[in-house]
Design a protein around this ligand. Structure first.
Ligand code: ATP
Length: 589
C-alpha cells in the first residue's frame, strides 16, 4: 500500500468538521488497507507507532525536522524559517518547499506504508551518541522520495502535529463499519479494545478474523485493561437506593491506581493512564512477585504513601517524589508505599472481568498472602444509611478520601473502560458547602506581576468535552499556589507552550501564553455558576451561557496520573450545577 493513499485520506479528514464524514473517510481508508499493515495504519492515523502503553514516541523536534527538510528539498534554512513563521504550520511549510524542488530530484521511489512505518520506527528507537544525525538521515531519506502532500503529513506525524482529531472511539466506529458488518458490532469491538488498550491489535484481529475473532479476543499479560470508573453521589440514601438497599463499601485510598500484571517472576505495573510505571515502584513489583500466589495474575491496587513507623497513610502528594528516573533507591527509603488491592481481573488463564464483584473479591483473597505492605482493601457489607455513614467516618479517620460503594449483584462485572453505576464514590468533599474538587486542564496563562514576575500570575483552566474532543475554558485560577508551585508549574508548562491557541481549545479569552492541553490540576471551587465568558457546556443550561467555577483554588495536587482526556468533563460540571440547585431547593432549568 502506498503512503499516498493515507495522505489523500488525511486531506479529506482534515477538511471536514463533521464526525460522521470523518468516520466515513476512515472507513474507506481501512477498507483499502491490506490486512498485514492495518495495525500500522491505525497507529499512524493517531500519530503513533505503538499503543500508548508501550511508551515509544516519535519525538522529532521541529529543529531536526527543518534540517531534514533543508537536506531533502535543497532549500535555504532562512527561507524555510520565514515560511514557517508565516504559516505556523510545519507541514504546510514542508509541502511548499518540496513543491519548489527541481525536477531532477523529483521523487524517485514511491513511498509505501511499510517503508514509512519501518523508517519511523527505526527513527523512534534511535538513541545515544549520533542519534540526531541518524534521525535526520532517516527522515530526509523519506522526504526525498515524498511528494509535497506526503511530506506535509510525514512532517506533521513525526513532530507530533498530526491533529486529525481521530479519537479512539472514531476508530472503533470505523472498524465496526469496515469489518464488523455495521454499527451493531461496535460493542464487541469496543470490549476487545477495553481489555487490551491496543487499537492496532483489535484492528488486525477484526480485519483478519472478523467478529468471530473478536469474540475470542483475550486479555493478555502486558496489555493493560482500561480501568473501570465510578459515578459519584453525595448522599448515602441515594447510594443505597441505586444498589437496591445494600452494597459493599470499601475504603477509598488516596494514592495512585496501579494495575499489576504478574507472569511467573515477571511483574509489570501500569498507571491509571496505562503507562508502564514498574521502574518507579520496584518495591511494589517485589510485593506482587512475592505475595501473590498465582502463576499469572492481573490485579488492581491503590499504591499509597505510608509512614512505616506509625503505619499511617500519608497524603497522595508524597507519591510525587516517586516519579523519578534516578535516585529511585533513596526515594523508596524516604517515601515508602503500601498496596491495597481492590480487584482481580485475570488469574491463571481465566479472565475474571465477567465474574461478579463478590466472586472476584473471593479470588483476590485466595491469591494474596497479606502482609503489612500488601492487603486486600478494607471493606464491609452495608445495609442501611447509618452503616454506610459510620463506615465512611471510619475510612476518613484512617486517612482515606472516603468510600467506594460497589454493587454485589450477579451482574456486577468489571466494566473495563467505562464509568458506570456499579461503583459509586462517596468522598468527603461532598460534605462541605463547597462543590467537589475538579480536575482541570491548563490551556493558557497570564504573566505574573509584582512578586510573581517571571512566573505565571494566573492560569486559564478547561474541562474536557468528549463529544467534540475539545477543552472548554471554565475558570481562571491564581489562588492556592505556593512559591514552589509557581516555579514547578512554570517549568512543567514550558514544554507545552504553543505559539497560538490550540485548535482543540475553546476560549473567548485571550491569554499571554497558550499551552497544548497536557497538565491537569486539582481545583476546589466555591460554586458553579452560569458564565457569559467561559465555554464549558455552552448552551447546556441557558442559550449563550457557559459554566464557570467561582473562587477556584489549587489544592496542591498535580494530577500527573491523569491525561487531559481524563479531566472533569463539561457534562460533569452541569451535573454539579444541577446538584447545587437541588441542595438550595431550586429546580434545575
Ligand atoms: P476517576 O478515576 O473516577 O476518573 P479520579 O481519578 O479523580 O476519578 P477519584 O474520583 O478519586 O479518582 O476515584 C477513583 C479512584 O479511586 C480510582 O481510580 C482508584 O485509583 C481509587 N481507589 C481507591 N480505593 C479504591 C477502591 N477500594 N476501589 C476502587 N478504586 C479505588
Amino acid at each position: 500500500m502506498d503512503y499516498a493513499v493515507i495522505a489523500e485520506s488525511y486531506e479529506k479528514i482534515e477538511a471536514t468538521t463533521k464526525r460522521l464524514e470523518m468516520t466515513d473517510y476512515l472507513v474507506k481508508l481501512l477498507k483499502k488497507t491490506p490486512k498485514d499493515v492495518i495495525a500500522h495504519v491505525v497507529y499512524l492515523t493517531q500519530g503513533k507507532l505503538y499503543p500508548d502503553f508501550v511508551g515509544i514516541e516519535m519525538g522529532v523536534a521541529e529543529k531536526l525536522a527543518i534540517k531534514a527538510l533543508i537536506r531533502a528539498s535543497g532549500g535555504s534554512g532562512s527561507v524555510i524559517q520565514k515560511e514557517l513563521e508565516k504559516s505556523g504550520d510545519i507541514g504546510e511549510t514542508a509541502e511548499k518547499q518540496l513543491a519548489k524542488r527541481k525536477q531532477s530530484t523529483f521523487f524517485s521511489k514511491t513511498l509505501t506504508v511499510k517503508r514509512v512505518y519501518e523508517t519511523l520506527d527505526k527513527l523512534a528507537k534511535t538513541s545515544g551518541s549520533g542519534a540526531v544525525d541518524t534521525k535526520m538521515a532517516l527522515l530526509s531519506g523519506l522526504l526525498t522520495d515524498a511528494s509535497p502532500k506526503e511530506a506535509k503529513w510525514l512532517i506533521r506525524t513525526v513532530t507530533g502535529n498530526l491533529r486529525l482529531g481521530i479519537a479512539d472511539m472514531t476508530v472503533l466506529d470505523a472498524l465496526s463499519i469496515a469489518y464488523g458488518g455495521g454499527k451493531e458490532a461496535r460493542e464487541k469491538i469496543e470490549r476487545a479494545y477495553n481489555i487490551s488498550s491496543d487499537l492496532g491489535r483489535v484492528a488486525s484481529v477484526v480485519a483478519e478474523k472478523g467478529l468471530e475473532g473478536i469474540e475470542k479476543f483475550q486479555v493478555m499479560f502486558g496489555e493493560p485493561i482500561r480501568p473501570m470508573l465510578a459515578e459519584r453521589l453525595g448522599v448515602p440514601e441515594e447510594i443505597l437506593e441505586k444498589f437496591g438497599g445494600r452494597c459493599i463499601a470499601e475504603y477509598k485510598y488516596d494514592g495512585e491506581r496501579v494495575q499489576a500484571h504478574k507472569s511467573g517472576d515477571k511483574v509489570t505495573l501500569f498507571s491509571r493512564r496505562l503507562e508502564n510505571i514498574s521502574d518507579q515502584y520496584p518495591d511494589a513489583v517485589e510485593l506482587i512477585r512475592t505475595q501473590v500466589n498465582a502463576k499469572e495474575a492481573i490485579l488492581e491496587a491503590e499504591c499509597v504513601a505510608m509512614d512505616l513507623e506509625t503505619g499511617d497513610m500519608r497524603p497522595f502528594q508524597e507519591l510525587m517524589h516517586r516519579r523519578r528516573k534516578y535516585g529511585v533507591e533513596a526515594a523508596i527509603e524516604q517515601y515508602p508505599i503500601s498496596l491495597f488491592s481492590f480487584d482481580a481481573l485475570f488469574v491463571d488463564g481465566k479472565d475474571l472481568t465477567q465474574d461478579s464483584f463478590p466472586q472476584r473479591r473471593k479470588t483476590l483473597e485466595k491469591i494474596i498472602k497479606p502482609n503489612d505492605r500488601l492487603k486486600p482493601a478494607t471493606q464491609k457489607l452495608v445495609k442501611n444509611p447509618k452503616e454506610l455513614e459510620d463506615f465512611f467516618e471510619e475510612a476518613i479517620e484512617d486517612g482515606c478520601e472516603g468510600v467506594m460503594c460497589k454493587s454485589t449483584s450477579k451482574d456486577s462485572v468489571y466494566q473495563a473502560g467505562n464509568r458506570g453505576w456499579l461503583w459509586i464514590k462517596y468522598k468527603r468533599d461532598y460534605k462541605s458547602e463547597m462543590t467537589d474538587t475538579v480536575d482541570l486542564v491548563v490551556v493558557g496563562a497570564f504573566h505574573g506581576r509584582g512578586k510573581r514576575v517571571g512566573t505565571y500570575g494566573a492560569l486559564l483552566l478547561a474541562t474536557y468535552n468528549p463529544e467534540s474532543d475539545t477543552f472548554e475554558t471554565v475558570t481562571k485560577c491564581g489562588t492556592g499556589f505556593t512559591d514552589k508551585d509557581l516555579a514547578t508549574l512554570h517549568e512543567m508548562l514550558q514544554k507545552h507552550v504553543v505559539p497560538r491557541k490550540n485548535s482543540r481549545v475553546q476560549s473567548t479569552l485571550e491569554t499571554d501564553v497558550w499551552f497544548e492541553p497536557f497538565v491537569v490540576l486539582e481545583i476546589l471551587g466555591a460554586e458553579v455558576t452560569l458564565s457569559p465568558i467561559h465555554m464549558a457546556a455552552m448552551d447546556a443550561i441557558r442559550k449563550g451561557s457557559g459554566m464557570a467555577i467561582r473562587f477556584p483554588r489549587f489544592t496542591g495536587k498535580y494530577r500527573t496520573d491523569k491525561s487531559p482526556q481524563d479531566a472533569t468533563t463539561s457534562k460533569e460540571i452541569v451535573e454539579m450545577y444541577n446538584g447545587q440547585l437541588k441542595k438550595i431547593g431550586e429546580s434545575p432549568t
